[in-house]
Design a protein around this ligand. Structure first.
Ligand code: ARG
Length: 569
């Protein structure tokens, strides 16, 4: 059940009775509980359209609502504004229904979509570094959200496993093996750096490297075998990181750039046949009128270089064709750094024109900002190097384990450290609006106070410890909502489905994070204001049930952010 939907249906009926059928219903949770639970904002516009006095029209709606069993009061709060207070008995019933199911009262969608979500997608020539953290974490949460709501989610890890850099690596590997036949690759990062030095200092080496790229793209078996070594090692590293992070991503979700190699020439040919791509100095280019450059000329979207080489853009076009045509995508999500936003705007435009991206398929660049250090610059090591993801995650777990040991010497520091450390890193990212840059700050993210993972994880263990202490209690007791703190908590818990829907639709997990923080805060207030274990039996049982739902919502919500909870910590 969606609380919003249920109440909106009541409001719609009242609108009709007041003679304003057909107007959009704008229903928002009240800014503060003293104003009630929901606020109706839609009357003003209707009054204008009907040339009526907004206060009088609002009063008509309020009067019509006063008959509803779900609503205790509807008060006109200003011209066109109405504050709604829901009926406690209605809320109690809904809480009971949510407790009787397995999904915290959240229904699966009745309009499931096939959603293809592109995330993580590192370049495999190097080891994963912090630049890939945001895409991995944000994408995984969105995949979880959509899946929970009943959509068919297809994860795609569009790894960079093709192109110039691999020619360079192969050339260097051949060179090394000439000197030492038993040479084995161990440190990919180190190897990449050494290869890059050779590439930059020696023109002959650079030519050989380019030669290998051509051979690779032409399907030369020897070169392919060498290339495969890099890809396998690098994918192994990536999968280990995914495991540590607890991501859903599996090896079978990998569909890298190389996969589209056979499709690239056909894609360019089709664009040419459609007269969308034209010859420009030997290159194939789509000119886009809607993207003018500074000189007022249409932007050039290059799909094939002079000399026949393909680009990132050619691969992405082939990839859209595949995702829509073969995978059956009805919604496409690309969780990629916001610095690539022009690429995606142009890509979608070209794909729409070419007919590979029909109007009814939604394509969205799920952009995110940069992870910054406390000095306000992109996050780096002290010596200015990029931070390897494995190192960062190890540090998170170590720091969290040390903190946990301090707080509770009896705790299983390794297990709790893992859940809290990884949870803290993920939550610090997911709780911010993804479009902004954010500052990576160990102390802030590992604090047990404020909007952090440890705070929420701890709130969950508090609920569990309360339920344990309660011993035997009646799990099917009736819920009675008497105190304001109880009612507010119940109202918040029943909004869970609305919040998930909004977070999934906008692909913004921070809405869910903010909601969970609010839920934990309201649980604390309830816990302080209402005696639980010492209350008389009906109240004790009712309050324990409310606490149980709070625990379930926190657990489910955190799971959708990819964060573990613990019964004790
Ligand atoms: N490998 C790219 C990078 O690291 C990201 C790929 C994103 N996905 C895509 N279909 N373009 O920048």
């Amino acid at each position: 059940m969606k609380l919003h939907q249920t109440v909106a249906a009541e409001v719609e009926a009242a609108f009709k009775q007041a003679g304003i059928g057909g107007s959009p219903i704008v229903l928002q949770p009240a800014k503060s509980p003293e104003f009630g639970d929901f606020q109706i904002n839609g009357v003003m516009g209707a009054a204008k359209a009907l040339k009526q006095n907004p206060r009088e029209l609002a009063q008509k709606v309020a009067d019509a609502l006063s008959g509803s069993l779900k609503i205790d009061s509807a008060e006109v709060a200003g011209p066109g504004f109405i504050n709604l207070r829901l009926n406690a008995g209605f809320l109690a019933q809904q809480v009971e229904a949510a407790l009787n199911g397995e999904r915290c009262g959240v229904d699966q969608t009745d309009a499931p979509q096939t959603v293809v979500i592109d995330y993580s997608s590192p370049n495999l020539a190097k080891e994963m570094h912090v630049g890939h953290l945001r895409s991995s974490i944000i994408g995984d949460s969105i995949a979880r959200l959509l899946g929970f709501l009943g959509h068919r989610v297809i994860r795609q890890n569009h790894v960079g496993d093709w192109g110039t850099q691999f020619g360079m690596l192969v050339a260097y590997l051949v060179e090394q093996q000439k000197d030492n036949a038993a040479f084995e690759l161990s440190d990919l990062e180190q190897f990449y750096r050494a290869a890059k030095v050779r590439f930059d200092e020696d023109a002959a080496f650079a030519d050989t490297a380019r030669d290998y790229v051509v051979k690779l793209q032409g399907g030369d078996a020897n070169v392919l075998a060498l290339w495969k070594q890099f890809v396998e090692i690098s994918l192994g590293h990536a999968q280990a990181v995914y495991q540590t992070l607890g991501l859903l991503l599996q090896p079978e979700d990998v569909r890298g750039e190389s996969f589209y190699n056979p499709d690239l020439q056909p894609v360019v040919d089709e664009l040419s046949a459609q007269k969308l791509a034209v010859d420009d100095d030997g290159a194939k280019v789509v000119f886009l009128e809607e993207f003018k450059n500074k000189e007022g000329e249409p932007a050039a979207f290059i799909v094939q270089k002079q000399g026949g080489g393909f680009l990132y853009s050619s691969t992405d076009l082939a990839c859209i064709r595949y995702r829509v045509g073969t995978l059956g995508a009805e919604r496409l999500l690309y969780v990629v750094d916001k610095r690539q936003s022009l690429h995606f705007e142009q890509l979608f435009t070209v794909a729409r024109r070419a007919g590979w991206l029909p109007e009814n398929v939604r394509a969205e660049h799920i952009a995110f900002g940069t992870m910054m250090g406390k000095d306000g610059r992109p996050f780096k090591t002290r010596s200015g190097d990029t931070v390897k993801l494995v190192d960062l995650l190890d540090e998170a777990v170590e720091r969290a384990a040390a903190l946990v040991k301090q707080k509770n010497p009896e705790a299983d520091a390794a297990a709790v450290g893992r859940a809290v450390g990884i949870g803290a890193v993920k939550y610090a990212d997911l709780s911010k609006n993804r479009n902004s840059d954010y500052v990576f700050d160990w102390d802030a993210m590992l604090s047990f106070e404020g909007n952090t993972a440890p705070y929420l994880q701890y709130a969950y263990t508090r609920v569990q410890s309360l339920l344990r202490k309660a011993g035997d209690w009646q799990h099917d007791a009736h819920i009675v909502l008497e105190e304001a703190a109880e009612k507010q908590l119940a109202f918040e818990l029943l909004r869970f489905g609305d919040v998930l829907e909004a977070a999934a639709d906008s692909a913004q997990p921070h809405h869910l994070a903010a909601y969970l923080y609010q839920t934990a805060t309201l649980f604390s207030r309830f816990y302080e204001a209402c005696p639980i274990l010492k209350a008389d039996a009906p109240r004790r049982n009712s309050r324990l049930r409310l606490a149980e739902l709070a625990g379930r919502v926190l657990k489910q919500g955190l799971e959708l952010l990819g964060i573990e909870v613990l019964d004790v910590m």
